[in-house]
Design a binder for this molecule. Sequence first.
Ligand SMILES: Nc1nc2c(ncn2[C@@H]2O[C@H](COP(=O)(O)OP(=O)(O)O)[C@@H](OP(=O)(O)OP(=O)(O)O)[C@H]2O)c(=O)[nH]1
Length: 175
Amino acid sequence: MDLEKLLDSIAFAAEKHKNQRRKNSEATPYINHPIGVAQILIKEKIDDIDILRAAILHDTVEDTDTTFEELSEIFGPTVTDYVREVTDDKTKPKHVRKQLQVDTGAHKSYGAKLIKMADKIYNLRDLEKETPVGWDQERRDQYFIWAKKVTDNLKVHDGLQRQLQELYARNLTAK
Ligand SMILES: Nc1nc2c(ncn2[C@@H]2O[C@H](COP(=O)(O)OP(=O)(O)O)[C@@H](OP(=O)(O)OP(=O)(O)O)[C@H]2O)c(=O)[nH]1
């Protein structure tokens, strides 16, 4: 049953992210982010359960002690492969990781592209609300510029693309 599968994923991610917080001034629990990413997809009528589960789990390997083997055992290969596609290799320097997101996006699967689009929408909305603790205006602006380079290679969904365009129109100024 899909609802049970979705809740199992949320419970797993919540446990894995339990000690992490977002970078906003309220230090919101990190799990709000993956839940919000899945919510963005559901609001756009995306109902593929494997994509939704992967959206919930998308930061577990990148940001916690979770391994792909663990995900594969519990959630199976399809969900795990989506998570793998949207996971940055943290052993690489940050500028390399950022460039890889720009360069590899176009070659990813439809599901991975949807998750990446929703991930960026969530982060950009957060940035619109508040500049994260420790960030200056320049870092915020650079994130918008970089996110647009990433998402320009992911245009697989009109509704998500419209939300991204609105975010860029409000926040990217020609300099
Ligand atoms: N806007 C915003 N972002 C926050 C907040 N708390 C945590 N983040 C995370 O910060 C990352 C963006 O910051 P960066 O400076 O680019 O990356 P860094 O964390 O590796 O230093 C994103 O993670 P990421 O998974 O690496 O995403 P992405 O950089 O691949 O898009 C985002 O999810 C917050 O309150 N607001």
